[in-house]
Design a protein. Sequence first.
Length: 479
Amino acid sequence: MSSVKSLKYFVSIITITIYTIFLLTFLLNPPEYILTGFRFYLINLLFLLILFLMLINFKYWKIIYIPIVFLTISVNFLSLEIFFSIKKALAPSKLDRLSKIEKEFNIKFDKRSGYQVARDLFKNRKIKAYPNFPNGHLIDQLIKEENNFGNILPLSDISNVTTVYCNENGERIIYKSNNYGFRSKDISFFKFKKRLNSNYQSSNNQNIFWLLGDSFTQGACVKDKYTLENLIGERVKPDLSYSFGQGDTSLLTQYAIYREYVKPFIKSNDKILIFNFPRNDFFDITGENRNLILNKYIISDSYSQNLIDKKINNEKDEYLKKYLDSIIKKRFSEKKKNKFKFKSPFQLNNIFYTLATPLSSEIRTKLGMEIYKNSLIKFAADVNKVKAKLYLVCIPSYFEFSDSLYLKSNIRSCEEALKFYANNNIKNLTLIKPSKEFLNLNTDKVFPYGVDTNHFSEFGYYEFAKDIMKQILDPENNL
C-alpha cells in the first residue's frame, strides 16, 4: 500500500512540476505564436486549470490515473518537440543554401540583410536608406501593438527615399520610391486631374493600366527594367502603366490602395489589373480582415484617410521613419543579445509550426477565399461605376509548372482559384490565367536558379507579362 502511495506522490509531484514550468514559460517568455491576445490568455488558463486539478488530486489522493494521463501527454509532447528541434538544427540553413547556389552557378551572393545594407549605405556613402517593410507585416504588427500611427494606416512605404528591397538573384534590389511611397513613377496630381477633363486632347489621353497586387506587382526581386509596370509599359506606352504593388498584402489592402490613390484619377475604359497569388492571398486576407480601418473601406463607399493629401502623406512618412528607425535599432541590439539564445522546449514552438500551422493554414485559407470573393464583388461593382475594366490576373506558384515535382496540397492553384471565381459568377470582372505555354516553361529559367524562391526571375517576369498582355490586348484569348 505504501508503494502505491509513494507512486502517487512521485507521479503527482513530477506532473505538477512540469505544468508549473509550462505555465511560467508561457507567462514569462511566451512562444512566438501566442505573444498577445486571446490565445495568450486561453493557453495560460488551460495550464492553470490543469495545475489546479493536479493540486486537488494531490491533496485528497483521489485518482492516480489523472496525473499519469497528463504526465504521459506532457512527456510525449516534450519528446516530440525535442525531436523536431534536432531535425531543424540538422537541416541546411539559409546561408548553407546560398553557398550551394554560389558553387553550383558560380556567382557571388550578397548575404547581407536589408537592414545591414541600409546601415552600410549610410556608413559608407552617407545615403539615408530604409529597408522595405512589407505592408502586410506592418498591419500584423499594428494589430499586435494596438497602434494605428495616430489613426493613420499606411498603405505605402516612405516617399522619395532610397529603399532597400529583397534579394533572390544574388544582388540586393535598391530603388527610390515615388512621391507617395510606391515603386513606380511619380503620381502627377495635376496631370491626372487634367486628364479627367473630357475636353483635354493629348497623346497622353489614353487608357492607363493601374496595377494592384503584392510583392510580384512591386517587382520582387528584380531590377526596374523587369518589373511588371515597365514590362507592361513597353507593350502599351511607358507613361500608361502605374504600379501600386505592396508586399504581403491581399485584396482588402489593395482595395484600400485603389480607393486612396487610383479611384480619384481613373477614366472609363482604364484597365485595373489585380494580381492574385492564390498561394498567399487567401491566407493573408484573414489577417487584414482583423483591421478596423481596412474594413471601413468595405463598409462605407465614402470612407477615406485622404492619404493622397500632401500634408497627410508627410505625416505618414514621419510615422514610418520613426517606426522603422526603432525597428532597425531593435534588430541590431537583439541580434547581439540573441546570438546564442536558447528556446525552451516547453514553448512547443516546433510542434506548433510543424503540426498545427498546416491545419490552421488550411482553415484560414478556406475562410479567406470567402472573404476574398466578397471583397472582389465589392471591388468589381466600384470599378464598374466609372465604366473602367477590371481584370483579375492569377500568378502561378512554383509547384504549378509542368516540370515541378508536385503541387503541395495546402497551396491553392490558379486553376482552382479561377474556378472558384467563375462558379460565383462575379460580374464586371475578366479572369486571366497563365497559359499552358507559360506553365510549360522550364522552372530553372522562370525562377531564380530553379528553386522555389516564391518570385520569378527576370526571364520569368518577362514571359509572364508577355503572356497576360497577349490575352488582355487580344480579347479573343480572354477566358
